[in-house]
Design a protein around this ligand. Sequence first.
Ligand code: G1P
Length: 308
Amino acid sequence: MNATSSMHRAPRIRKAVFPVAGLGTRFLPATKTVPKEMLPIVDRPLIQYAVDEAIAAGCDTLVFVTNRYKHAVADYFDKAYELEQRLEAGGKLDLLQRVREVLPDGVRAVFVTQPEARGLGHAVLCAQPVIGDEPFAVLLPDDLIWNRGGPGALAQMADLAQARRSSVIAVQPVPREQTGSYGIVATDTFDGRHGRIRGIVEKPDPAIAPSTLAVVGRYILDARIFELLERTAPGKGGEIQLTDAIAALLGEQPVEAYRFQGTRFDCGTHIGLVEATIRFALDHEAISEQARDAMARALAELGVADST
Ligand code: G1P
């Protein structure tokens, strides 16, 4: 296969991969029975935000890479006939609508299993039979990106991928002491929001990090990545790293780093999940005022701020 051929055949992405096979140990005991991706941000599970972002970017095939403990994710995206019938019979059309919006008509969910936890790169490789030979998106649901009133991060990236006919990786600047928690990219000159990547390294020590531009969990990748992943040896943490396969891709094709518009919440951490909950509650059509009052009361009671 020609290294860039798939880009030319299918310039707009249609398929999105959601690696959801992680154990979610940070959120134990909650995640003893509930997968991390099903933890709610106000009234919707975390995974729904990433799914909505992919659909808004034009994706109609959602590939969930799961493991045997994640039945709740598959159940959630399955059609709930009984529930829908009951809501309909009870005239609860608003709720019915919300349940149906979980997976809109015309969008399909496909589940593939990652039999062993061998890393993010391996999880993405598990999706290959469904993706085939076209460019595709990867969304890590832990990274919740909110661009209030504007296009989602993946839609922004899809525009750039199409314009440049290149793979695109979302980035944001982080404090240098945090480089060890992220993939870090080195770019040529940054033109406004994007720049061509010339190097990428997984979780470097701050002392040797090539920059402070961190990879956030959104990728648009050429299908060539699969062949490179097959050849990728275990890297950081003994896992097959997506970052290492992207480093190999750089030698063959252009890959752009894109600084998205929007706020990213790291919902893989307690504080990130709480902060996202606060922000979405404050902006929620039904409860925003009550959320403001509740927050002011809480701060006042703790003596942190005046409630007036
Ligand atoms: C993964 C990637 C890392 C990236 C991060 C973004 O790491 O390996 O390159 O910066 O997601 O959230 P993880 O957070 O799964 O350890």
